[in-house]
Design a protein. Structure first.
Length: 145
């Protein structure tokens, strides 16, 4: 398994362990992680702290040229909000752990020139399936249902 996806999964597990939704993300620049995050909506009482947004926040303020050389990893297909942030900062590649349990606007993101790779990682799928079964109300809130 890709070391960066492993790091995103570790973030997802941190989120679950702290009472949140098990989705994790890392931002990679030139083979180094410069940002990590996990879904913190529950923990922060936030409407925007999805894993990818939390990861970008934790990466800190960067010049546009930095984002344009990054790869965003996420354990789950990014939603429209998170996909929009990646598009805004012109992140050229997104690696997705899985899109079985949720599929974001991947076709739109690809149409904007972003390389999208979907791994269908069994651990990512299992994490989300177990969570959705255990906490459907929290999952539905997270995806706006």
């Amino acid at each position: 398994m890709d070391a960066f996806l492993k790091a995103a999964i570790a973030e997802a597990k941190k989120g679950l362990a702290s009472g949140g939704i098990p989705i994790g993300s890392v931002l990679v620049l030139d083979g180094n992680i410069i940002g990590r995050g996990h879904n913190r909506r529950v923990q922060e009482g936030s409407v925007i702290h999805h894993a990818e947004m939390n990861c970008l926040e934790n990466a800190g303020r960067r010049p546009a040229s930095v984002y344009q050389r990054c790869i965003l990893y996420s354990t789950l297909s990014p939603c429209p909000m998170c996909s929009g942030a990646a598009l805004l900062y012109k992140i050229p590649r997104i690696v997705i752990g899985e899109n079985v349990t949720f599929q974001g606007p991947e076709a739109y993101v690809r149409a904007q020139g972003v390389a999208v790779e979907i791994l269908q990682d069994p651990e990512c799928i299992q994490l989300m399936r177990e969570f959705i079964q255990a906490r459907p109300e929290l999952w539905n809130e997270d995806i706006g249902v």
